[in-house]
Design a protein around this ligand. Structure first.
Ligand SMILES: [Zn+2]
Length: 77
């Protein structure tokens, strides 16, 4: 299952969720329990990750599929 990044507009927290493809645009609860986190587009999140220095997510990809999912940059590596 692919890993997607979400942003909570209530507390401005970014967090990640494993989601099936048919649920990626559904609101996700943030770690603080706010129910309406919105998915961040992968290219946008990759830039944010790089600038914040977090090593977990690789270039433009979801960082969690190892190249096995479609629609993320991991699959082109
Ligand atoms: Zn929140």
């Amino acid at each position: 299952m692919p890993l997607y990044e979400y942003l909570c507009e209530e507390c401005d927290t970014r967090f990640e969720r494993l989601r099936p493809l048919n649920a990626i645009d559904d609101p996700a609860s943030c770690p603080d329990g706010h129910p309406a986190g919105q998915r961040i587009i992968s290219i946008f999140s990759a830039v944010s990750k790089d600038s914040s220095g977090e090593p977990k997510v690789t270039t433009g990809g979801c960082g969690g599929c190892g190249g096995g999912c479609t629609g993320c940059a991991c699959s082109s590596n």
